[in-house]
Design a protein. Structure first.
Ligand code: SF4
Ligand code: SF4
Length: 252
């Protein structure tokens, strides 16, 4: 089940982020690539099957993967590189345009001619949505804001306009933003490894979700070690109370 729509991609510190009055241009413009972890969480949180929210997007020129998402190959079209991403659907209010199927559109009005839209799965949205429009700087210790032009292509339908104003550092929570970037980078790296494994001998598309389930369900395993003083030599023991000491004295 979808969770209630709240904010669009970013958690902000400022009173109003560019997303607050936006029609969700990024959720209409870009194909959202998924990691296996995103897929696991969407299935778990939305109680939907892979086939209800994910699809494979042909990406012969790498314009969807953008050197970020991995390409997968499948038995029926072994030469075609695909990106695994969210399914899109028709917009309700802006004819002949498409959008992420989870975008909840508001009706256009005088103040907002394209309407105001919200993410319908905010708490479960994929990593790629969480990090937009940020990335790590060269050190990996600082978050860089990637400035987003209002229009990528002026001939496009206005539905595909992007952020209504430039992003500022105060629009971001410095801790949450770094956490999202770190998780996104880790999970995408791991998904690249899964792609390498799968592409050694591409299987049929219809077994791909089961393959992912097997990989991710084996992510946590029993170790050989038992908790002891060798493993954690610096456990600080809680001091034993002196015989005469009463609980009320210790609490003082
Ligand atoms: S999942 Fe939410 S944030 Fe991501 S593209 Fe869809 S509507 Fe936008
Ligand atoms: S286009 Fe920019 S302002 Fe609009 S929802 Fe996406 S990130 Fe937010």
């Amino acid at each position: 089940m979808e969770t209630a729509g709240t904010e669009l991609p970013i958690l902000g510190q400022s009173d109003e982020t560019p997303c607050d009055s936006c029609h969700g241009g990024c959720c209409r413009t870009f194909v959202i690539p998924l990691t296996g972890a995103d897929i696991w969480k969407l299935e778990r949180d939305l109680k939907k099957s892979f086939w209800e929210f994910a699809c494979r997007w042909e990406d012969p020129h790498g314009s969807i993967a953008q050197k970020y998402a991995p390409h997968f190959h499948f038995q029926d079209e072994p030469k075609t590189p695909f990106v695994i991403g969210l399914i899109q659907s028709e917009s309700t209010f802006i004819p002949r345009t498409t959008k992420c199927q989870f975008l909840r559109e508001g009706a256009p009005d005088e103040e907002h001619p394209l309407g105001v839209a919200r993410c319908g799965i905010y708490n479960s949205r994929p990593s790629a949505c969480r990090v937009f429009p940020t990335r790590f700087d060269n050190t990996g210790d600082v978050v860089e804001i990637v400035q987003v032009p209002n229009q990528l292509n002026e001939d496009e339908n206005q539905a595909y306009n992007l952020c209504p104003r430039p992003w500022e550092p105060a629009d971001f929570d410095p801790v949450t933003t770094m956490e999202h970037l770190t998780i996104a980078a880790y999970e995408m790296r791991f998904f690249h490894k899964i792609a390498q494994l799968w592409n050694r001998k591409p299987g049929p598309w219809n077994i791909f979700p089961d393959f992912l389930k097997i990989v991710y369900s084996e992510r946590v395993m029993h170790g050989e070690k038992t908790l002891d003083e060798e493993l954690f030599p610096t456990i600080i023991k809680f001091p034993a109370a002196a015989e005469s000491e009463t609980p009320s004295k210790r609490a003082a």
